[in-house]
Design a protein around this ligand. Sequence first.
Ligand SMILES: O=C(O)CCC(=O)C(=O)O
Length: 269
Amino acid sequence: MEQFINPQQQAQFEEKGYVVHQLMTNEEVVYLRELFHQLNPKVETPFYASIDSPDSEYRSRVNQEIKQIFSPERLAQLLNGYHPFYGNFIVKNPHIDSGICLHVDWSIMKEGEVEPIIVWTPLIDTDAHNGAICVVEGSHKITNKVRGPGVVEHYQTLYSHLEEKYLLQVPLNAGHSVFFHGRLIHSSYPNFSDKPRPAIILALFHQKSESVFYHREQDMPAQKAEVYAIDESFFLTYQNGKRPTQYPKIGEIEYADSVSLDTFKQRYP
Ligand SMILES: O=C(O)CCC(=O)C(=O)O
């Protein structure tokens, strides 16, 4: 099943794991940037996402505004069968500790027949100085379908090697989005400028999939995770890292073990 309508974008997504495209208008960028400055998330860490806020009204407002812009109709100009699931502001304050090391984003649906897509869009121009997004091109081909809090990331032990050899920065102008595969390894360096760097991140959901969330408690075996059935309201109240007991647990799943550098090199395209 193809994710992108345009064949060149589809080929790039399959090969590299991301596509840069502008769906937002400049007016919408200004609107969201102003909204970001107006609202108080009640969070004071150098880097945060809206879901780190204790204020569920704040989370709800941000989510709703982002989803309104990335509506199903607008997404349909670019993609087949995706709609917005949950939107966050993602903020990097000017601080040496605002970097995010290499990681993969959590799964929000059963993957296999459909591919996960995340949309990351800065609300100001980004470069090496203020926290542009960085990716390991092609890494979506070798990472796990089961990702979530506590779940051991497949290539975690190799991240410093990957950072040195393969990490690529993707500087973007405000309002340009990177549509990246949910299994793509990515990161961002600290914001060395003197202004906050607001961005938005939006998880997309495929209409043919089932929304699930994987969670692993620390005392569980390393390759096992719990599976929860979730819906679009999940992230309005979810407490980062906590077992989501307000949603039904529908089973447990085993996932593949971490691999050695040699295996990585054989698998890496
Ligand atoms: O906003 C950033 O700098 C990185 C965000 C990110 O990697 C994430 O939220 O998964």
